[in-house]
Design a binder for this molecule. Sequence first.
Ligand SMILES: *Cc1c(COP(=O)(O)O)cnc(C)c1O
Length: 396
Amino acid sequence: MSNSRYQVNERGFYGNFGGAYIPEMLYPNIKELRERYLDIINESSFQEEFQQLLRDYVGRPSPLYFAKRLSERYGAKIYLKREDLNHTGAHKVNNTLGQILLAKRLGKEKIIAETGAGQHGVATATVCALMGMECIVYMGEIDIERQRPNVERMKLLGTKVVAATCGSKTLKDATNEAMRHWINHPTDTHYIIGSVVGPHPFPDMVARFQAVISEEMRWQLKEKTGSENPDYIVACVGGGSNAMGAFYHYLDELDVQLIGVEAAGLGLYSGESAATTQLGKAGILHGSKTLLMQTEDGQVVEPYSISAGLDYPGIGPVHAHLYETTRAAFYSVTDAEAMEAGLLLSRTEGIIPAIETAHALGALEKMEFEPNDVVVLNLSGRGDKDLQTYIRYKKT
Ligand SMILES: *Cc1c(COP(=O)(O)O)cnc(C)c1O
C-alpha cells in the first residue's frame, strides 16, 4: 500500500468510494483474492511471465506517436499512446492477461467474464485460448446484436457466449449474470472483471495491470520531450480502466492535469447519456460504492451512448474519488461530437479510432492549449469493430 491519497487504502477505499459490498456467498472468493493478489503480482516469476507475454504476445511497448497534423490543428503538442496497436485492438488485454496469470496461480480452472462492446469478452476469450482454460462470457442480448463480429470472434476462440436477457439487456445485466454464476461456482472459477469496477480488490488489481500504460509513457516522453511529465493526459472513461492505466504513475504529479472524458450520448440533459460524474449520485453498484446514475428512489438509470464500451451507469470508485477531490477534470462529449472527432483523426492521421476513444478526441475541441503544451491522449482502441457505425453516421 502507498501513502498516496489517490491510491486504495487497506480497507479498499479511495476516499469516500470503493469497498466491497457483496452478498455473503461471494465473501470467500473476494477474501481469497484480497489476501493473495498483491503477493502473487509481486512474485518475480509472475512478473517475468507477465512482462514476457506483454512484450511478445501483446506487442508492447505500444508506441507513443507524435501526431503532427492533429497537433497543428489544436495548437499543442499532441502524442497518441497507441493502445489500439495491441493484440486484440485495445488496452483491455493488459488486464485480462494479468488476471489469467493470477487465476492460474490461485489454482482456478475456469474463467467467467462480462462484456459490453465485446472487447473485454474478446480479450478474455483470447487469453483463455492462450492458457487452455474454459471460458464463459456473459453479454446483454442487445449488445450481442450490435456487436456481432466480436461475438463471432469469441466463439471462434472457443468461448461460450451466454445472453443476459434481463433488464436493459446490456452491460450491467451481463455483469449481474456473471456475479450470479460466480456465487454458484466459487472454488474452481475466477471472474475476470473488465474495468476498474466491482468490489475491492478488483479496481486496484485492474489498475495495476493497466498501469503499464503510464509506466511506458514516462520513459517514452522523457525520450521524446526531455521530460517524463506532460501537461495533460486525456482518456475516455467507461468504467475507467484505460484512463486509470494512463493516469496511474502520474496521480501524485500535480503539475500533470488529468482529464477523463465521459459519453454525453444525445446530450448531457437529454435523458439519453452516460456522463456519470455529471449526472450521478453516490450509491452502490456491482459491489462498490461509487457515483452512479440513479432515479430519486435509487433505481439505476439505463445509460445511453453510441459506443457500447462507454454505455455504463457508473464509474470506477477511483474516478469518483478523483472527481470529488478535483484531481481529475471530467468532460462530456456527445455521440455527434465523438463521431466527428473519430472521422477527423481518420483523415488527419490515418488512424481510425474506436468510438469510445473518439470521445477522448472530442474533448480536444473543448480544451484550450498553449503552443508548448504537451498532451498525451490515450488511444484506447481501434475502430475496426465500429466501421458500420461510422458508415451509418456519414450517411445521415
Ligand atoms: C472498453 C473500452 C473502453 C472503456 O473501458 P474503460 O474501462 O473505461 O477503459 C474504452 N475504449 C475502448 C477501445 C474500449 O474497448
